[in-house]
Design a protein. Structure first.
Length: 251
């Protein structure tokens, strides 16, 4: 059951609806293969159907929903191929970003990353997947901000929708949280030392962790994954995101 949208917020309703629904899909509140109703979600959120319809379209473009005329709207099953494609793009972009962060990060930027890392270690003994993913997201976003690469971060956000679902599953079921935090610490230590080669290597190690957890999760939760034909994913990476990634990496 979704909570009602905060009527006092200044954020546009359509954006809030999209964010809430994306979060519900990523955290498996809405399961892969589940049918969704515009009217039911609008009633739960306390909004009209229009912003829900807009969110459905945007989530479809992100590869999280499939809209079938006369049949309904369904949560897309996780495509291992799309996850691997997104990981490839994300690693290429974030390795470039972290190199630049070594040159441009300010003392306040380093403090923000250290505070974030401390918060991660604080929950290491009692892992909370949702809280960890919030901190993980903030950690990577802060590196992009320190590198003055907000545009690059928007590309990463657009490409990693399916990847986020695997990351959510991996924390309790496949990847020890302390390992992920240790990888973040290695990235931060390299940035602090202003060592771009070391930072790039550490980021690559971190973002390749999913290559280990993905097969294990497919084995544990086969009903959540869609069988991929060679060269075809259950949902394709958004073309706009691919084009933007090429632009960033060619700079």
């Amino acid at each position: 059951m979704l909570s009602k949208i905060d009527a006092e917020s200044s954020e546009p309703i359509a954006r809030r609806v999209y964010r809430v629904l994306r979060g519900a899909i990523v955290t498996m509140q809405f399961r892969p293969g589940q049918a969704l109703s515009e009217q039911e979600i609008a009633d739960q959120l306390g909004v009209s159907r229009q912003p829900v319809r807009e969110a459905f379209i945007k989530l479809s473009e992100a590869g999280l929903l499939t809209i079938r005329p006369q049949r309904g709207t369904f949560v897309v099953k996780i495509s291992a191929k799309q996850v691997l494609d997104a990981r490839f793009v994300r690693e290429a972009v974030e390795r470039a970003v972290v190199r630049k962060a070594c040159e441009t990060i300010t003392p306040s930027g380093l403090t923000e990353l250290r505070d974030n890392l401390k918060a991660q270690w604080d929950i290491a003994e009692d892992p909370n997947p949702e809280r960890f993913l919030e901190l993980d997201e903030a950690f990577h976003r802060a590196i992009a901000a320190a590198a003055e690469c907000d545009y690059a971060w928007r590309i990463v956000e657009e490409t990693k929708a399916q990847m986020d679902r695997v990351r959510y599953l991996s924390v309790p079921y496949a990847t020890p949280i302390r390992r992920l935090i240790g990888q973040h610490q290695a990235v931060l230590e390299a940035i602090t030392a202003r060592d771009p080669a070391r930072a790039e290597t550490a980021m690559g190690v971190h973002l390749r962790e999913i290559l280990t957890s993905l097969p294990e999760l497919e084995g544990k939760f086969p009903d959540l994954f869609s069988p991929d034909e060679p060269g075809v994913g259950a949902a394709k990476m958004p073309p706009r995101a691919v084009g933007r990634a090429r632009t960033v990496l060619s700079r």
